[in-house]
Design a protein around this ligand. Structure first.
Ligand code: GLN
Length: 304
């Protein structure tokens, strides 16, 4: 399979499209990012590394970090985690409050903001220095010591994140979290502020294409079954109320973030990261979705 040629051609085709998306403006710092950025990078199990466009530029990975926090919490507490969050797609927006009322404070899945807030609570209760320990975990997956949070992005979200603060307090009112809402939400905003390039993101996520085993450091991050389950959740819940559409058009487990990044996994083959800041109405990268659709159509490879 000539991934390089297919990526180059798909990139050119999608780059020429009229971008119908809008950058996320509810986090003021995200609206400052140059919306013309467009990068793609693939990392394969067979050690192919290839990128086009702005694939070396760092961006805010936002909700993509929810896969990493889930991985660490799952590795620490095991199957007990499913007493605290569900595994069903929601069909609602990522920051929906209505769903939580109906579900009596148990978030439907770990990729909704509400679910990621509960996962943040689990990490706060189980880590000695949550912010430092989580960063250390992320760095250790791909042996990349340069990965960092962005204080600028985290502060920007902390000053305007009223909806997430409301969600966190709402969950606390049901008794579904142990820690103080202000500590939980600060940690949640910190983990959303992680910055990576497409290259770093695809190298990092290769563990989910490799049955939970790190590639560069041969470290076991998750068991085979845990890795398979996280991929299943990415497939069914990774794009909120557009998860069906992503499965339909792209056919890979994946996760998006409002910074305009998307990571997609082909188990046993590769991880591919795309970044284009303008988002469609469901909060997923407009060009990123289109690129991945073109890529899996041209490669004729998906999990289906
Ligand atoms: N930090 C963002 C929020 O909580 C993440 C949302 C996202 O990327 N979908 O609103």
């Amino acid at each position: 399979m000539n991934f390089e040629l297919i990526i180059k051609e798909a990139y050119q085709k999608i780059n020429n499209l009229d971008d119908k998306g809008e950058t996320a403006s509810y986090i003021p710092e995200l609206a400052q990012v140059d919306s013309g950025n467009f990068g793609v990078h693939i990392s394969t199990i067979n050690q192919l590394d290839f990128g086009v466009g702005n694939y070396n530029d760092k961006f805010s990975i936002q909700s993509i970090a929810k896969v990493l926090s889930l991985s660490l919490a799952y590795a620490i507490v095991g199957d007990k985690i499913w007493d605290r969050v569900g595994v069903e797609p929601s069909g609602t927006a990522f920051n929906s409050l209505i769903q939580l009322e109906a579900d009596k404070g148990i978030p439907r899945n770990p990729f909704l903001n509400a679910g990621a807030i509960v996962i943040s609570d689990i990490l706060l209760s189980n880590l000695e220095s949550p912010k430092e320990d989580f960063l250390e975990f992320v760095r250790s997956i791909s042996n990349n010591k340069t990965l960092e949070y962005s204080n600028r992005i985290a502060e920007s979200e902390k000053t305007t994140g009223y909806r997430n603060i409301a969600l966190c307090n709402f969950i606390k009112s049901f008794g579904s979290v142990e820690n103080e809402p202000s500590d939980i939400i600060d940690f949640y905003f910190d983990l959303c502020s992680l910055e990576m390039s497409c290259k770093e993101l695809s190298e990092l996520f290769l563990y989910l294409a490799n049955n939970g085993q790190g590639i560069s450091n041969k470290k076991s991050i998750l068991s085979e079954s845990q890795s398979k389950r996280i991929n299943a959740l990415m497939q069914t819940c990774g794009f909120y109320d557009e998860s069906g559409e992503f499965a339909f058009k792209v056919g890979l487990p994946g996760k998006s973030g409002v910074g305009g990044g998307i990571i997609a996994i082909h188990p046993d083959q590769y991880a591919i990261a795309v970044w284009s800041p303008k988002l469609n109405k469901k909060g997923n990268s407009y060009k990123g979705m289109k690129f991945l659709e073109e890529f899996t159509t041209k490669t004729k490879l998906s999990i289906f």
